[in-house]
Ligand binder design. Structure first.
Ligand code: UD1
Ligand code: CA
Length: 450
């Protein structure tokens, strides 16, 4: 089949410079969700009708096989579909989707296509409050036409079955039907919905199907609706996680903006955000208020509250945080402890090493069983270039030490507290750079002059 995604509309009510279909749901543009759903149906062509936001929309959604049709000016949904027509295969049906309706499930669309057969099928739904939508007008049970809210009579406005806008159409007929559209209506637009009456006149069967849930057909016209759909999406993610055995302290307080894969007995406390690809091994627990982005955490590791973990690879049975920051390229082996206000970047830390308080470890290789004292800083940047620090196995680094890279600390070495290390420290020995402590017994504090 062909899929056409209508995405040329303005989105005035978003009050934003960003084109409506580029606003994000679960971290991705609305239109990207629709494209994903379309793709899952394996259509021959996906054509996006764009207009408002023009090139910015194309650049953001850049995927090589998409076909783009520009609609300028925007004269209505019928006019929009007409712009796509030259790109469509007339031998297969066309499914029309909206770029601002992000959560329609593929199963629903498959059902709709089956209902259409060689004719027309409309995705419709009974709403308690149908205000604003086109209404499905039937006689003796059969669909006759669609009337827009603004053009409807009082009796028609009382109809509760609405047009979601999503429909399947026989492509070969479209050219003629779209050419026959007129804009003699309240909005002076070429309505796609008028093809339904044309189909009925041509004795083409018009069927309908309903979505499984109302949120599947909801569009985004305002920030309020965007937030509502975000919650609907996240409720679904949370339900799936719990179904798979994950313990969520509160399913209403988790945000997954990407893919979260969990092993057995994973527990996640409130207000955590997962972005990109996150993998949590068996028995991992994540404390409250953590942000994890493209992170792998091996089995049995505990992430304490308030951690920010970005492109890190964390081994088994580690203890991270509270208040830890792991930046891209942080790779921790098993049983590593990273404590509060410790930042690790582009560094490998081997088994059982600890940095429990207030440290910066950047561009560093840390061996196993190393203890890094509070306030330790690897000075990896000289203002122009980055350099590496190497800390071998079983090293003990006293508090408030600076390691001026490039520098190496040999196996089993000890650095005294307060050391500014500018040359390699030999293995097994104590290295210390510190002014000698003196006491001046007769010294008097200055007193205020009168
Ligand atoms: C449309 C339907 C209405 C349905 C409702 C569902 C028509 C005439 N009406 O109304 O029956 O109940 O959707 O939300 O089709 N678009 C373009 N180019 C245009 C106009 C619109 O690409 O010239 C796109 C928009 O970006 C949007 C979609 O088409 O994705 C629907 O447009 P919108 O203005 O929201 O349609 P409604 O008037 O709400
Ligand atoms: Ca709309």
């Amino acid at each position: 089949m062909n899929v056409v995604i209508l995405a040329a509309g303005l989105g005035k009510r978003m009050h934003s410079d960003l084109p409506k279909v580029l606003h994000r749901l679960a971290g991705r543009p609305l239109l990207a969700h629709v494209v994903d759903t379309a793709r899952s149906l394996k259509p021959g062509v996906i054509c996006i009708v764009y207009g408002h936001g023009g090139e910015r929309v194309r650049e953001t959604i850049a995927q090589p096989d998409l076909v783009w049709a520009r609609q300028e000016p925007q004269l209505g949904t019928g006019h929009a579909l007409a712009q796509a027509l030259p790109h469509l295969d007339p031998k297969v049906p066309t499914l029309v989707l909206y770029g601002d309706v992000p959560l329609t499930r593929a199963e629903t669309l498959t059902t709709l296509c089956r209902a259409a057969g060689k004719g027309v099928a409309l995705l419709t739904l009974e709403l308690d409050d149908p205000y604003g939508y086109g209404r499905i007008v039937r006689s003796r049970g059969a669909v006759r036409r669609i009337v827009e809210e603004k053009d409807a009579t009082k009796a028609e406005r009382a109809l509760r079955e609405i047009n979601t806008g999503i429909m399947v159409l026989p492509t070969a007929r479209l050219k003629q039907w779209l050419a026959s559209l007129q804009n003699k209506n309240a909005q002076k637009e070429y309505y796609l919905t008028d093809v339904v009456a044309a189909a009925v006149a041509d004795r083409v069967p018009v069927k309908s199907a309903a979505p499984g849930a109302a949120w599947e057909i909801l569009g985004v016209n305002s920030k309020t609706q965007l937030a509502e759909l975000e919650r609907a999406f996240q409720r679904g993610v949370a339900a799936a996680l719990m179904h798979g055995g994950v313990t969520l302290a509160d399913p209403a307080r988790i945000d997954v903006r990407g893919r979260l894969v969990c092993g057995r007995d994973v527990a996640i406390d409130v207000n955590c955000v997962f972005e990109g690809e996150v993998v949590l091994g068996a028995g991992v627990s994540v404390g409250a208020n953590c942000v994890l982005r493209n992170v792998k955490v091996a089995a049995g590791t505990r992430i304490e509250p308030f951690c920010h973990l970005d492109e890190a690879d964390i081994g088994a049975r580690c203890r991270i945080g509270p208040y830890a920051r792991l930046r891209p390229g942080a790779k921790l082996a098993e049983e590593v402890h990273i404590g509060n206000f410790v930042e690790v970047k582009a560094s490998q830390i081997a088994a059982r090493s600890k940095a429990n308080h207030l440290a910066y470890i950047g561009d560093t290789t840390v061996g196993r069983d190393v203890n890094i004292g509070a306030g330790t800083i690897t000075c990896n940047y000289d203002g122009a270039n980055k350099h590496r620090t190497i800390i071998e196995d079983e090293v003990f680094i006293g508090s408030d030490t600076q390691l001026v890279a490039p520098v190496r600390v040999g196996k089993g070495a000890t650095l005294g507290a307060g050391t500014t290390l500018t040359k390699d420290a030999p293995e097994g020995a104590l290295t210390i750079s510190r002014a000698k402590q003196v006491t001046i017994p007769a010294w008097k504090r200055p007193v205020k002059e009168k």
